[in-house]
Design a protein around this ligand. Sequence first.
Ligand code: AMP
Ligand code: MG
Length: 284
Amino acid sequence: MGRNRGWQSGASEALRWRPGATVTDIDPRAATGFEGDASDGRRLLSKRGKRLSELQELLYANGRSGSEASVLLVLQGMDTAGKGGIVRHVIGMVDPQGVQHAAFGKPTAEELSHDFLWRIRRELPHGGQIGVFDRSHYEDVLVVRVHGLVPRSRWEPRYDAINGFEAELAGSGTTLVKCAMFVSLDEQRERLAKRLDRPDKYWKFNPGDIDERAFWPQYQDAYQAMLDRTSTDVAPWHVIPADRKWFARLAVTELLIEALQSQHLDWPPADFDVREQKARLAAS
Ligand code: AMP
Ligand code: MG
């Protein structure tokens, strides 16, 4: 990479949702904050993947010695935005033992009989883990709001409930990394077309995804409200332009690295006498 290539400032600084911003102004093809092309991005991704993996091991080691510190990656985005690709290509670079993954689809009858955060709480990461949510509690102010699955009087208080919930999580050692992935309507058409062209992609296709395209403006409104109302100091949102997969993956990798670094973890000290154990080993 040449001079001035790479991230121009921190990724979280570049991508953080800015109060007053407008969802319809987001350019899904942008590489916000990054100077370089796809091959620069891919090269950097594999390098940063190694750093991410080291930091994840550090987190895991701390968890083994009783630390409460964890990370929770929240992925929201329309169908085909690339949430699954983040799981495979970004989270796939770290040791799966330390990952707590959950995908949230349509709630079951049992889940519906509880508060909307019930199923979320059950999947939270423990100390030392990176939790990954493919969709999340935010569906309850997105799809639910767009389709009026419950009356406004039920979804409206959820923004405050979510802020309270996330503040509680942050207070107990979880660093939240919230990523709103924005794919364009055109790019989504291409990605859906690919799913219809390739037998190995049929499994990802859902005819309902085409119906959802008609609700694009309503989803944009719902995303706007979500970003305006739930981007807080302890749990800010990041906007991930997602038409270029290499960029979305690089961006989320960098956000995770920054989140882990912000925890300032050290390797846990030995809870045994190292010299004594070396001597015992030599004599054995
Ligand atoms: P996928 O992520 O492609 O497996 O699709 C999951 C589907 O479940 C999407 O259409 C989501 O909008 C839907 N979904 C997720 N959470 C909820 C919820 N709380 N209420 C209704 N639908 C939901
Ligand atoms: Mg889907």
